[in-house]
Design a protein around this ligand. Structure first.
Ligand code: ZN
Length: 348
């Protein structure tokens, strides 16, 4: 990273986007933390966010001591531990405590304190459940997410003066909120669905609701696009990196690789049923997206930047993977499984 005297908000956004792809992410984390400690931020109010970024990099790179130190400095830098921006730093602190070994009780105390945020803060379902997963507490995540969903559905039923059983009558359209800002209930259901799938739990009523909301989101995304859809396909390692660096894109590409492939398969089936021929997906990469963002001086999470990247990829014949394969042929996603055993059933 080039040494800068003062880091602006734009510098921090750029580092958030590029740090993990650099040769020395931990060096970037140390530089950002140093800038915050030495008061070299254009806006002093960014100190907590800068140190949180350093903690996130260290945590992803499996350096729990550094992650813990940065997360604690971040918490000290926010005006108070109740600052809404501090939640992610506290979850990172918990992850680092789990990883450090022998400090599970402290990690759980931190996460228990964050639990009420599940009911109102859009990012909380993702960062709280990721921290519990990291500590081998996915079953606890499932319980917490389920209870938060029950609470929100109960409040909704009360407000509508309906019996609590009316939960499945929740209107998916009303619930999703504006297309680019899905409601907390949807985000909770999505994480709950992910955690339950990883725990091999059976599909229940709330999973059905999650599926209905998801289908609604996919349909809306289809309506927002004119002629073509972006149909970007992120191979597993690329998706993991994309979501680690840009958690907001969970809403666009799905919370994990299974959900991502399921969305694409459903969208392709929808397009075929609408009469489109010559369908395919386009292999995407995080570096490619970042390159477009860099050229446009925009953020990778921005819809216009992603649309620009998609247009570039779609123009590249080598990126195209035709769809559908024959039932007994290798699946389009590259898993190595037969199509009929892998992505074909995901459209159902
Ligand atoms: Zn597949």
């Amino acid at each position: 990273m080039p040494t800068r005297d003062v880091l602006t908000k734009a510098d921090l956004a750029e580092l958030r986007r590029s740090a993990l792809g650099t040769a020395d992410p931990l060096g970037v984390a140390a530089d950002v933390a140093e800038a915050a400690e030495q008061g070299r931020l254009a806006d002093p109010d960014d100190a907590g966010d800068a140190l949180t970024l350093a903690a996130e990099i260290a945590e992803i790179r499996a350096r729990p001591e550094a992650a813990l130190r940065y997360a604690e400095q971040a918490l000290a830098a926010y005006p108070s531990g109740d600052d809404p921006r501090a939640g992610f730093a506290r979850a990172l602190r918990a992850r680092a405590l789990f990883r450090a070994g022998g400090r599970d009780d402290e990690a759980m105390a931190e996460l228990t304190a964050l639990r009420p945020l599940l009911l109102g803060q859009p990012d909380a379902p993702a960062y709280v459940s990721a921290a519990l997963d990291a500590g081998g507490r996915s079953a606890t995540a499932e319980t917490w997410l389920s209870e938060a969903v029950d609470t929100l559905l109960g409040e909704r039923a009360n407000a509508a003066d309906k019996p609590a059983q009316a939960i499945t009558a929740v209107d998916p359209v009303a619930e999703l909120g504006p297309p680019d800002a899905p409601g907390v209930l949807f985000l909770l259901l999505q994480q709950r669905h992910r955690v339950r799938r990883n725990l091999n739990l059976p599909h229940d009523r709330q999973d059905d609701l999650a599926d209905r909301l998801e289908a609604q989101l996919v349909r809306r995304a289809g309506e927002r696009r004119d002629a073509g859809t972006d149909l970007l396909f992120w191979p597993r390692a690329e998706l993991d990196r994309l979501l680690a660096e840009h958690p907001a894109l969970t809403e666009v590409y799905g919370p994990d690789w299974d959900a991502h492939r399921g969305r694409l398969e459903k969208e392709l089936v929808r397009l075929r049923e609408a009469g489109q021929a010559g369908l395919g997906v386009f292999r995407a990469s995080v570096d490619g997206l970042h390159a477009v963002a860099g050229r446009r001086d925009g953020d990778p999470t921005d819809a216009a930047v992603r649309a620009g990247y998609a247009a570039e990829v779609q123009a590249r014949p080598s990126a195209r993977i035709p769809w559908p394969p024959e039932r007994n042929d290798a699946c389009w996603c590259g898993s190595g499984l037969k199509y009929k055993k892998d992505c074909l059933p995901r459209s159902r």
